[in-house]
Design a protein around this ligand. Structure first.
Ligand code: AKB
Length: 319
């Protein structure tokens, strides 16, 4: 039986992944953890929760022993835009957090899933149909920690036999919990503003393509790769995965099919624009498809329809 610890469980992905994995493995077998406690009571009533800072190696080991953890899903990290505001803290949390997780995994025989990101690529990576194995020289602190994390996970697999696996997530779009401090967040905020105010000023410029994915596909990616037959995995850290690639005008045009009055303007933020410009336009995810059956269900049209429906209910707005 799997006993799973999720770090950063109150973030955008963790909030939904905790619930999704509890449905698969049972509420008591998925332990949510976060460095602070916030959010709905229902989340904490549904299953175990531990206050845990990933920089506290001793506390991490204690929680793993207490519950007999055999899988860690390590989500705690500072995202790209926030990392540029405070690179030293981002380095500390992203690198030492990952190191602490891998060390406890080595000592206690725990498997580790850690997401990498499209941020692991840089301006001299081929931008279109970015290959699985290619040049990785990112120019952001977040990207540096993601590449180093991929390498560290490979190292622990090869040297110590720790079962490490990961995907390079693109921007994740969802309605349950807001993303915090990323570059792709505009593609979430735009839906909230479209419903609330029928207009949005994008900090990412027109014509800037980035890979994106709707949350249900992201949850399935984590579960499917965790369950994948290790004999079929030629890669481990980390697989390119994508569901769609778009730029702000394409997203606005799709929203206008549901909210015709929607207006998109631009107030470009040079820092986040520079980050986006250094990332791929579109990934080649054929290795994930071949090695563990990755096959996303949502495209821009089906995601936009579902997102607007679900968010309108959440915000109590009539579309
Ligand atoms: C970010 O924008 O920093 C994240 C990511 C792509 O890793 N959403």
């Amino acid at each position: 039986m799997k006993k799973i610890l999720i770090t950063g469980a109150l973030g955008q992905i963790g909030t939904e992944l905790t619930e999704y994995l509890r449905e698969q493995y049972g509420n008591d077998n998925v332990i949510a953890s976060n460095r602070s406690k916030h959010g709905d009571d229902s989340f904490f009533e549904a299953g175990p929760f531990e206050l845990l800072n990933v920089l506290d190696a001793k506390g991490l080991a204690e929680v793993c022993r207490k519950y007999g953890i055999n899988h860690i899903i390590h989500l705690a990290a500072i995202l790209s835009a926030n990392a540029e505001k405070n690179p030293q803290t981002a380095y500390d949390i992203n690198m030492n957090g990952t190191y602490n997780v891998l060390e406890v995994a080595r000592e206690l025989g725990i498997a580790v899933f850690t997401p990498s990101s499209i941020a692991a690529f840089g301006a001299n990576t081929p931008a279109d149909n970015t290959p699985q194995d290619t040049i990785q020289r990112p120019s952001t602190m977040y990207g540096v920690t993601k590449v180093a994390g991929e390498l560290l996970c490979d190292y622990y697999f090869k040297k110590y036999g720790v079962d490490t696996r990961g995907v390079r997530f693109p921007g994740i779009i969802s309605y349950a919990a807001l993303p915090g401090g990323g570059t792709t967040d505009y593609a979430v905020h735009i839906y909230y503003e479209a419903l609330k105010n029928k207009k949005y000023a994008s900090y990412i410029g027109a014509g800037t393509y980035m890979d994106m994915m709707y949350m249900p596909d992201a949850l399935k990616a984590v579960h499917d790769l965790m369950e994948a037959n290790p004999d079929k995995l030629l890669h481990r850290n980390a697989f390119n995965v994508t569901a769609m690639s778009f730029e702000p005008e394409m997203l606005a045009a799709e929203i206008r099919k549901h909210i015709p009055e929607f207006i998109l303007t631009y107030d470009v933020d040079p820092v986040r624009q520079a980050i986006a410009d250094s990332w791929p336009n579109s990934l080649d995810d054929s290795a994930a498809r071949a090695e563990w059956g990755w096959n996303p269900q949502y495209d821009l049209a089906s995601m936009t329809k579902d997102m607007l429906e679900k968010l309108a209910i959440k915000l109590n707005i009539k579309e």
